[in-house]
Design a protein around this ligand. Structure first.
Ligand code: PFF
Length: 460
C-alpha cells in the first residue's frame, strides 16, 4: 500500500530531497576536477548542453515512471505492464551500490578534513596524497559516514531524508556564494575564470564528451532510478515538470558556482588544475589559512561540514535504492535491509580506499587498451558505473518512456499536477529530446566509448 511506503509531505519536501540527492560531492568535489582534467571551458559547455537538452527530459520521465508505478526503481516497470524491463531497474540498484562504495570513501575524506580544519591543521592541503594512504584513519571516517547514512535511511522517508535536506541545502549555497566572492578578489583569480569560462574548443575530444556526459548523469543522480524511487513517494497533486526544472537548475547552478569558486583559488595558489581527485582537498585548506587562524578555522570547518552534509543527502538516496528494492521485493524489514546493504557497501569500498597510493595493485589497477597510463580502482569504477552505465540507463529510460510505455501515458502522468502540460512548449521539448536526441546521441556515445576506451578500437 502506498501509505505504508512513506510519502513526502509536499512538493517542497520532494524537491529538497531530490535536489539534496543531486547536489553533493559530484558538484563540489568531482565537477571541478573533471573540468580541470577536461581542459576547462570545453568540458563546461558540453556538460551544460547535456544537462539541459538531454538529461532534464530523462529526469522528468524517471520521476513520472516512479510516481505512476508507486514502486521503487527495480520494481517500477512491472506495474506499468512491462516486467521484462525490470532488469534496467536492477542494473540501477547495482550501480547505486557500486557508486556508493567509492562515494562513501570520499565522504570519509571530507569528514577527516573537517576535523583537520577544526584543529587548524591547514598544512593538510599539502599532504593530501599521504593522508589518503592512512588507511586506519580514512577507513574509520568512511565507516562513521556509512553508519550515519544507514541510520537516517533506517528512519524512513519523511522523518529522515526530508528533514535533513530542507535545512542544509540553503546554508551550503550561502557559504559557496561567500567563498566565490572572496575567490574573485584574489591575485590571479582572473586566470582561473578565463580557464573556466573562455571557450577553447581545441580541447574538445571524445574523452571530454564521454566524461561530461557521465558527469551530467552522475550529478543529476540520473540513470539508476534514484529519482524514480523518490518519485514513487511523490503525491499526484504535484507538478513534476516544474519540480524537475528546479532540481536541474539547482544542481547545474551549484556545480557552476563551485567551478567559479575553485578555479580562482587553484590559480591564485599556483596549483595545477589537472590535480584530479585531490583538487579541492589540496586547494581549500590554503585558502582558509589565508583568512587568518580564527576565521580560517571557522570557515574551513564549516565548508567541509556542509560538504559532508551535501554528501550525506546523496548517500542517503543511493542507499535508498538497494534498501527499497529489498523492502518492496523481498519484504525484508527496512532496518535489516539497511544494515545488510551498509555491510556490503563498506566491503566493496575497500579497494577504492586502498587504490589511492596504499596498494600498488589497486592504485595502478588497469591500463585501457591504447592508453599510456593505468587508472586506479576508483577511476575504473567511475568509468564503468557512472560514465558508462548511467548514460546507458538514461538511454533505456528514454526508449521506455516514449516507445514502450508510450508518450501518451507519460504525458498523462505529467498532466497530474499540471493539466495544461500537453499543450506547452516544454511538452514538445521533452518529447523531441526523448525521441530524437537521447536515443541516437546516447546510443552512439555508448557504442563508441565501449569500443574506443575499453577495447582500443580507433573510430575517430
Ligand atoms: N548526484 C550526486 C552528486 O552529484 O554528488 C551523486 C549521486 C547520488 C549519483 C545519487 C547517483 C545517485 F543515485
Amino acid at each position: 500500500m502506498a501509505a505504508s511506503r512513506g510519502k513526502f509531505s509536499n512538493k517542497f519536501g520532494f524537491i529538497a530531497a531530490a535536489a539534496g540527492s543531486a547536489v553533493g560531492l559530484g558538484n563540489i568535489w568531482k565537477f571541478p576536477f573533471e573540468v580541470g582534467k577536461g581542459g576547462g571551458s570545453a568540458f563546461l559547455i558540453v556538460y551544460l548542453l547535456f544537462s539541459f537538452v538531454l538529461c532534464y527530459p530523462i529526469l522528468v520521465s524517471e520521476i513520472a515512471i516512479g510516481r505512476r508505478a508507486q514502486k521503487s526503481a527495480a520494481l517500477a516497470f512491472k506495474p506499468l505492464g512491462h516486467p521484462n524491463w525490470s532488469i534496467i531497474g536492477i542494473l540501477g540498484v547495482f550501480c547505486a551500490v557500486v557508486i556508493l562504495s567509492f562515494y562513501n570513501v570520499v565522504s570519509g575524506w571530507v569528514l577527516g578534513y573537517f576535523v583537520e580544519m577544526l584543529l587548524g591543521n591547514f598544512e593538510i592541503g599539502h599532504h593530501f596524497e599521504e593522508y589518503v594512504t592512512d588507511i586506519a584513519e580514512v577507513g574509520g571516517y568512511a565507516l562513521a559516514f556509512l553508519i550515519g547514512t544507514a541510520y537516517i535511511v533506517s528512519q524512513g522517508i519523511t522523518k529522515g531524508i526530508e528533514k535533513f535536506s530542507k535545512i542544509l541545502m540553503p546554508v551550503l549555497i550561502i557559504i559557496i556564494l561567500v567563498l566565490t566572492i572572496y575567490a574573485l578578489t584574489l591575485d590571479r583569480a582572473m586566470d582561473g575564470v578565463k580557464f573556466y569560462l573562455v571557450p577553447d574548443f581545441s580541447k574538445l575530444n571524445l574523452n571530454v564528451i564521454y566524461r561530461a556526459l557521465g558527469q551530467s548523469f552522475f550529478s543529476l543522480s540520473l540513470g539508476l532510478g534514484a529519482l524514480m524511487t523518490y518519485g514513487s513517494y511523490l503525491s499526484r497533486k504535484e507538478n513534476i515538470v516544474s519540480a524537475g526544472a528546479l532540481i536541474t537548475i539547482a544542481d547545474v547552478g551549484i556545480a557552476f558556482l563551485a567551478g567559479l569558486m575553485i578555479f580562482p583559488f587553484v590559480f591564485s595558489q599556483g596549483i595545477e588544475p589537472e590535480g584530479g581527485a585531490g583538487l579541492i582537498f589540496m586547494t581549500m585548506p590554503g585558502i582558509f589559512q589565508s583568512m587568518g587562524p580564527s576565521l580560517g578555522v571557522i570557515i574551513g570547518a564549516l565548508f567541509f561540514l556542509l560538504l559532508a552534509f551535501a554528501a550525506l543527502t546523496s548517500t542517503i538516496s543511493l542507499m535508498e535504492l538497494p534498501v527499497a528494492y529489498m523492502v518492496d521485493k523481498h519484504k525484508i524489514k527496512r532496518k535489516y535491509a539497511v544494515w545488510y546493504s551498509a555491510a556490503v557497501i563498506f566491503l566493496l569500498g575497500i579497494p577504492s580506499m586502498l587504490g589511492n597510493g596504499y596498494s600498488e595493485f589497486f592504485t595502478n589497477f588497469i591500463t585501457y587498451v591504447g592508453a599510456d597510463k593505468p587508472v586506479n580502482f576508483m577511476d575504473f569504477v567511475t568509468d564503468v558505473a557512472s560514465n558508462t552505465l548511467l548514460p546507458f540507463g538514461g538511454l533505456m529510460v528514454s526508449i521506455f518512456s516514449i516507445y514502450v510505455w508510450n508518450r501518451h501515458k507519460l504525458f498523462r502522468e505529467l498532466s497530474h499536477g499540471h493539466p495544461k502540460f500537453p499543450r506547452t512548449f516544454l511538452a514538445k521539448y521533452i518529447s523531441f529530446s526523448l525521441q530524437y536526441i537521447s536515443p541516437p546521441v546516447l546510443g552512439a556515445i555508448f557504442i563508441i566509448t565501449i569500443l574506443e576506451i575499453f577495447f582500443g578500437v580507433q573510430i575517430f
